[in-house]
Design a protein around this ligand. Structure first.
Ligand code: FES
Length: 202
């Protein structure tokens, strides 16, 4: 759960593109006819992807209408999960995990770099208006901590130097290569395996 800042500036209307209505149809078809509200998170995600990485209140209303759900129920979901942004973020939105495993592996170096290169405070745009950052809870990549998410991609095994390199690229409007900065595949050991040596491909 995260504290949400709802944008004071809101568009009056929102509608999905035709292409996104096709995606919505597919998402709804995954659930029984009387359970279409189960597609609410998928639809919020589609709205966010369509609307520059944030969800205006008009989109929440539109989703409630499509799923025949009370507006407040869609609003509750949108405000509960940190993955949904309810106010504008940068073209490059940096989410830094600061939960315990990342914290003890140096997440503070990452937040300090964000303060230095992007903006002193979270949820503020960088001077050139293309980047913003925020702290979030565990993103499920603890084994390669510390890490951050930029838009849809994960950047793992970070240190101060690597983080600064990534942020500088973003500020130059170029997207860095995602993944582990130590080139680990998934959660492979950093050096040679010490366990399960008898198991092939463990
Ligand atoms: S604690 Fe950072 S990804 Fe889990």
């Amino acid at each position: 759960m995260s504290i949400k800042k709802i944008s004071k500036t809101q568009p009056e209307l929102f509608d999905f593109t035709k292409e996104n209505y096709d995606k919505i149809k597919i998402e709804i078809s995954k659930y029984p006819k009387d359970r279409k509200s189960s597609a609410v998170m998928a639809l919020l995600n589609i709205a966010q992807m369509q609307y520059d990485n944030w969800i205006p209140l008009a989109a929440i209303k539109k989703i409630a209408e499509i799923l025949t759900m009370p507006y407040i129920k869609v609003y509750e979901v949108a405000t509960f999960y940190s993955m949904f942004n309810l106010s504008p973020v940068g073209k490059y939105f940096v989410q830094v995990c600061t939960t315990t495993p990342c914290m003890i592996r140096g997440a503070k170096n990452i937040t300090e770099a964000c303060k230095k290169y992007i903006s002193q405070n979270q949820n503020e745009l960088s001077e050139n208006k293309i980047c913003s950052w925020t702290e979030v809870e565990c993103l499920g990549a603890c084994v390669n901590a510390p890490m951050m998410q930029i838009n849809q991609d994960y950047f793992e095994d970070l240190d101060e130097e690597k983080t600064e390199e990534i942020l500088k690229k973003l500020l130059n409007d170029s997207f860095p290569e995602p993944g582990s900065s130590k080139k680990r595949t998934s959660n492979a050991p950093e050096k040679n395996r010490l366990t399960l040596l008898e198991v092939k491909n463990a």
